[in-house]
Design a protein around this ligand. Structure first.
Ligand code: COA
Ligand code: AMP
Length: 625
C-alpha cells in the first residue's frame, strides 16, 4: 500500500497542506485565508476567504484552455431515439444564456431554484446556470410524486421552478407538469415563476402569468457571466431520505466541493481530461450531481447523459452499446442495473455484439454489491470491478479502491479502504473502537474532508442531532460494518429504517406515515425485505381499525396506490399485507428487525422482551410469498 498509504497519511496529518495542493488544479478569483477553518467547529469550513465560480471552472476555463471543440456532454436517449453532443463551447453558451434567462426572471444570488426534470440536457444546463449566477439549485428526482415535490418546495422556498412537460419511462409517458401544478397547490410556498421545457412527446398546458416556455425565455435572454462566489457559499441543496417523512436537505458548497470532486476523478477513478466518463444514474440523485454533472466537467472530460434503462431500451445490450459508441473509459452504475442485465443475458450474448475494449474500469455504488454480481461482471467485462461506498451527505466516495493512486486486489463484498481525507472508525454502542472483524457503527472522525455536507438546509440543529451528537467529534454514517485484518471495510447494514430499493434510498418511516393516513388503518410497519433484483423491496404490514370489514384485497390495493401517489413509483411499494397484530416488545416497540429476518428467511432469536411470541408465527404465515 505504498502510494495510497502515503497519500492517506498526508491527507490526515496535514489536511490543510494536502487540500491546498489539490486546490491548485482549479482557478480561483481570490485565494483562501484558511484552507481548513475550524473556528466554528464542529461546523468546519474549507477554503474560507477564497472566491471562485464552479461553473467557470467546469466550462469557461476549458473553453479558454483549448477544449472549446471537445465534447463536454453527450446526451444519449434511446427512449426518444436522440443522440446529441454539446461541445464545451456549446454547453458554456447554453448555460450562459439560461443563466441570463434566470436573471431576467429576477433570480438573484442565494435564491433557490427547484429543478424537476427527466434526464435531458436542459436539466444539466439549468443546474450549471444556477451555479453561474450563484443561485442555489435543488433538483428533485422525477420519480417522486407531487406531495414529495411539495415538501421540497416548502423547505427550499424556491423563487422559480424549472420543469419539463414529461419524462419517458418504458411503456408510458409521465406528465411532469401536472405533478408540478399539484405540488404547488399542496405547498404553502408559491414560486413566482415556472420555466417549462416542452418536449415533443407530450406538451404541457402553461399557467398564464406564472409559466414560461423554455425556448421563449432562451431566445429572449442575454447571456450572463459567472459571478464571484465565496468558496463556502451554498451551491445546492439535495434532499435525501431520513428516518421520518421529512426529507433532509443536504447543503454543498462551491469551493470544497469543486476541489474534492476534481481530486476524486483522478485519485478514485483514474480518469483523465479528454476521456469519456459515464455515470448511469439520474441528475436527481447525488451520483448524478457529482458524476454526471460536476466532476467530469471540472476535470475536462466528456460526460454521458443517458435517458434509458439497463434493459428494455431496447435490450440488455443498451449499456454496452453506449460504452462502445461513445468510447467510455470509466463507467459507474448501481449493482441493481447489472443484476437486471444478468437476469436477461446471463451468458453475455448482447455484450458480444459490442466492442467495449475502450472500457478500463467499472465502478459500483449506491447499495451493497453482492459478490455474485461482481464476479459475473468481472468475467463478462474483463476489467476491474470496483465497489465503492458513499452517501448523499458525503458527495463523493469515502471508501474505495483508489484506482488512480494504487489499485488494490478486489475482495468481492468489500468496498476496499477509506479514501484519503476520510478518517473511518468502527465504534461500539459505547464509543469504544472495535477490533478487526468486529461489527460496529461506521463513523468518520471530524473534520470531514472538502466536498461533504456543510449542514442541512435551514436545520443546523437537525444536522447536529442526526449526525454529530451520537459520538461527539465524529460523523455518524448510519451504516454498520467492520474492518478486516487487511484494512478492508465491509459494509453490513443500515442502523436505521432507511432502505435501499434499486439503488434508491428510501425511508420506511415516510411510507408508514402514508399508510397510517389511510382511514381504515390503526397501525402499521414497513420493512425492507431482500429482493434478488432490486436489493430490497418495501413490504407494509397493516393492522386495521376495529370494525372495518371491507375486503382486505381492496384495502391493500388502496394502500399500494396511496404510496405511489404520495411518495412515487420509485418507492416500488407493491405489497401491503393486512395482519391481526404487530409483534412488539412489552414497552410497545414494533419488532421490525425480527420481521425483516422472518421475511428474509434468516435465523433470528426471539427477543426476550417480546410481548407475545405467538404473533411471530402469524407474521411468518402472512409474509409467505
Ligand atoms: N420519472 C418517473 N418515474 C420513474 C422515474 C422517473 N425519473 N424513474 C423511475 N420511475 C418509475 C419507473 O417507471 C417504475 O414505475 P413502475 O412501477 O410503473 O414500473 C418505478 O419508478 C420504479 O423504477 P425503477 O427503480 O427504475 O425500477 P424498474 O422496475 O423500472 O427498473 C431496474 C429496474 C433495475 C432496471 C432499474 O431499477 C435501474 O436501472 N436501476 C438503476 C438504479 C440507479 O441507477 N440508481 C441510481 C443510484 S446511483
Ligand atoms: P445515498 O445517500 O442514496 O447515496 O445512499 C447511501 C446509502 O446507500 C449508504 O449509507 C449505504 O447504506 C448504501 N450504500 C451506498 N453505497 C454502498 C456500497 N458500495 N455498499 C453498501 N452500501 C452502500
Amino acid at each position: 500500500m505504498g502510494r495510497y498509504r502515503d497519500e492517506y497519511r498526508r491527507a490526515l496529518t496535514d489536511p490543510a497542506a494536502f487540500w491546498a495542493e489539490q486546490a491548485e488544479h482549479l482557478r480561483w478569483e481570490r485565494r483562501w485565508d484558511r484552507v481548513l477553518d475550524d473556528r466554528a467547529a464542529p461546523a468546519y469550513r474549507w477554503f474560507s476567504g477564497a472566491r471562485l465560480n464552479i461553473c467557470y471552472n467546469a466550462l469557461d476555463r476549458h473553453v479558454e484552455d483549448g477544449r472549446a471543440e471537445q465534447a463536454a456532454l453527450i446526451y444519449d436517449s434511446p427512449v426518444t431515439g436522440t443522440i446529441q453532443t454539446y461541445t464545451y463551447r456549446a454547453l458554456r453558451d447554453a448555460v450562459a444564456r439560461f443563466a441570463g434567462a434566470l436573471r431576467a426572471q429576477g433570480v438573484q444570488t442565494g435564491d433557490r431554484v427547484v429543478i424537476y426534470m427527466p434526464m435531458v440536457p436542459e436539466a444539466v444546463i439549468a443546474m450549471l446556470a444556477c451555479a453561474r449566477i450563484g443561485a442555489i439549485h435543488s433538483v428533485v428526482f422525477g420519480g417522486f410524486a407531487a406531495p414529495e415535490l411539495a415538501k421540497r418546495i416548502d423547505d427550499a422556498r424556491p423563487v422559480l421552478v424549472v420543469c419539463a412537460s414529461c419524462g419517458i419511462e418504458p411503456g408510458r409517458t409521465v406528465a411532469y407538469k401536472p405533478l408540478l401544478d399539484q405540488a404547488i397547490a399542496l405547498a404553502s410556498h408559491t414560486p413566482a415563476r415556472c420555466i417549462v421545457l416542452q418536449r415533443p412527446q407530450l406538451a404541457a398546458e402553461l399557467t398564464p402569468g406564472r409559466d414560461l416556455d423554455w425556448n421563449e425565455v432562451m431566445a429572449a435572454a442575454t447571456p450572463a457571466d459567472c459571478v464571484s462566489m465565496a468558496a463556502t457559499d451554498p451551491l445546492y441543496v439535495l434532499y435525501t431520505s431520513g428516518t421520518t417523512g421529512k426529507p433532509k436537505g443536504v447543503v454543498r458548497d462551491h469551493g470544497g466541493h469543486a476541489v474534492a470532486l476534481h481530486y476524486s476523478m483522478r485519485a478514485v477513478y483514474d480518469a483523465r481530461p479528454g476521456e469519456t466518463f459515464w455515470a448511469a444514474s439520474d441528475v436527481g440523485w447525488v451520483v448524478g450531481h457529482s458524476y454526471i454533472v460536476y466532476a467530469p466537467l471540472l476535470l475536462g472530460a466528456t460526460t454521458v447523459l443517458y435517458e434509458g434503462k439497463p434493459v428494455g431500451t431496447p435490450d440488455a445490450g443498451a449499456f454496452w452499446r453506449v460504452i462502445a459508441q461513445h468510447r467510455v473509459r470509466t463507467f459507474f452504475t448501481a449493482p441493481t442495473a447489472l443484476r437486471a442485465i444478468k437476469k436477461e443475458d446471463p451468458q453475455g450474448e448482447w455484450l458480444k455484439r459490442h466492442d467495449i475494449g475502450c472500457l478500463r474500469a467499472l465502478f459500483l455504488a449506491g447499495e451493497r454489491s453482492d459478490p455474485d454480481t461482481i464476479r459475473w461482471a468481472q468475467t463478462m467485462l474483463a476489467v476491474p470491478v470496483v465497489d465503492h461506498w458513499w452517501q448523499t451527505e458525503l458527495g463523493w466516495a469515502a471508501i474505495a479502491n483508489c484506482r488512480g493512486l494504487e489499485p488494490m486486489p478486489v475482495k468481492p463484498g468489500s468496498a476496499t479502504v477509506p479514501v484519503p481525507g476520510f478518517d473511518l472508525r468502527v465504534l461500539d454502542a459505547d464509543g469504544k473502537p472495535q477490533r478487526p472483524g468486529e461489527i460496529g457503527n461506521l463513523v468518520l472522525k471530524l473534520p470531514l474532508p472538502p466536498g461533504t455536507l456543510l449542514t442541512l438546509w435551514n436545520n443546523e440543529q437537525g444536522y447536529r442531532d442526526a449526525y454529530l451528537s451520537r459520538y461527539p467529534g465524529y460523523y455518524l454514517t448510519g451504516d454498520a460494518g467492520y474492518v478486516d485484518e487487511d484494512g478492508y471495510v465491509w459494509i453490513m447494514s443500515r442502523i436505521d429504517d432507511i432502505i435501499n430499493v434499486a439503488g434508491h434510498r428510501l425511508s420506511t418511516g415516510a411510507m408508514e406515515e402514508v399508510l397510517a393516513g389511510h382511514p381504515d388503518v390503526a397501525e402499521c410497519a414497513v420493512i425492507g425485505v431482500a429482493d434478488a433484483l432490486k436489493g430490497q423491496l418495501p413490504v407494509g404490514l397493516v393492522v386495521l381499525k376495529a370494525g372495518v370489514n371491507r375486503p382486505h384485497a381492496e384495502i391493500e390495493q388502496e394502500l399500494i396506490a396511496r404510496v405511489r401517489e404520495q411518495i412515487g413509483a420509485v418507492a416500488a411499494f407493491k405489497r401491503a399485507i393486512i395482519v391481526q397484530r404487530l409483534p412488539k416488545t412489552r414497552s410497545g416497540k414494533v419488532l421490525r428487525a425480527t420481521m425483516r429476518a422472518i421475511a428474509d428467511g434468516v435465523p433470528y432469536t426471539v427477543p426476550p422482551t417480546i410481548d407475545d411470541p405467538r404473533i411471530l408465527d402469524e407474521i411468518a404465515a402472512a409474509l409467505k410469498p
